[in-house]
Design a binder for this molecule. Sequence first.
Ligand SMILES: *Cc1c(COP(=O)(O)O)cnc(C)c1O
Length: 412
Amino acid sequence: MDTFDQNHIWHPYAKIPNEVKTHVVESADGVYLNLAGNKRVIDGMSSWWSAIHGYNHPTLNQAAQAQLGKISHVMFGGLTHEPAITLAKTLVDITPEHLSKVFFTDSGSVAVEAALKMALQYWHNQGQSKKHKFVTIRGGYHGDTFGAMSVCDPNNGMHHLFSGVLPKHYFVQSPSMVAMDEALQDLTLTLQQNADSIAAMILEPVVQGAGGMRIYNPQYLTRAKALCKQHNVLFILDEIATGFGRTGELFALEYVDVDPDILCLGKALTGGYMTLAATLTTDEIAQGVGTLMHGPTFMASPLACAVANASIELLLNSPWQDNIANIEAILNSELSSLRAHSKVADVRILGAIGVVELAEEINMEKVQNLLIEKGVWLRPYGKLLYTMPPFIISKQELLLVTKAIKAVIEEL
Ligand SMILES: *Cc1c(COP(=O)(O)O)cnc(C)c1O
């Protein structure tokens, strides 16, 4: 561990000095991270959902290098460029038909902010300024900026810390935690009583990520969307984690072909190379929004857009559905039996996502050290030990990850 790092640099959700040891990464290739001290570990996290093609990929490297020789970044105010135009066309093409307008941002949280702003501005311009609240399901995660935080799970999010500052929104039961009908009933009641003040519903489709790694019945989405429509509430899907194949569909909304009014994308958008996100909406909403009051300095950065274009092309030209089906089958055959383990509360698997929820909180540092000894990088939190590997992971490599998970549970 680097002592300057420990004493001067904040890491995610950590204090200074960092209590949990950080590991120096010197380089990476394929599914491997090369840590200082000649330690080579398989990245079972895809750098938080993003590095779907693995690291140091020749195609993505080439795209970045080619773009560097032209222009790495330029302001998007008053100027435009081919990488952004190509990317916007592709995103419009591969997402649901009605989504035809694209707003680029520099991170997922900001894509969520833009989505919330779109909803607020839309209703404001319809003379419905009272519609300024949001409704969401419990257990969600939408980012760390203030608007995004305000729609994260109120219990395991950061609401207690910022309770005086965060606007109060409506939280309804999640279909990942209660029966679907009960969840829908809660949503129905909330909409019946409060739709006059609600601009939009926001939720992650099918898989709730950082809020608890929970999976729910996609049918909920169809019913929730219909309820929102009936009550004049916009429907925002946050596919920042689930987008680009992770759940086995290109977008999780495709499980039921639900049509969002607004869609947020990020994380795997550039194959994990650079920070870039996008918020898409319909022509009708774009017209209603008018001038969207947002414009990040690094909006639609050409370098990031060029790599995103290469990453999406690489994904769509690869047998990604087979790869993910194979990953899912291995996760099922290797991890399902843990359900019967006395230290395990639940096992959840969908697509290239495998989650083991333990009965007790995990000692992150201890588990991480054990995993690194076994050649695997995972980042457990709370009671969750989970993997969402790069799609290019081989069977042998994935078996090393699942074996390490099982061994670590024994050693806890
Ligand atoms: C990670 C994440 C975000 C926030 O994205 P950042 O790029 O970290 O700001 C928002 N929504 C979901 C569902 C995410 O998983």
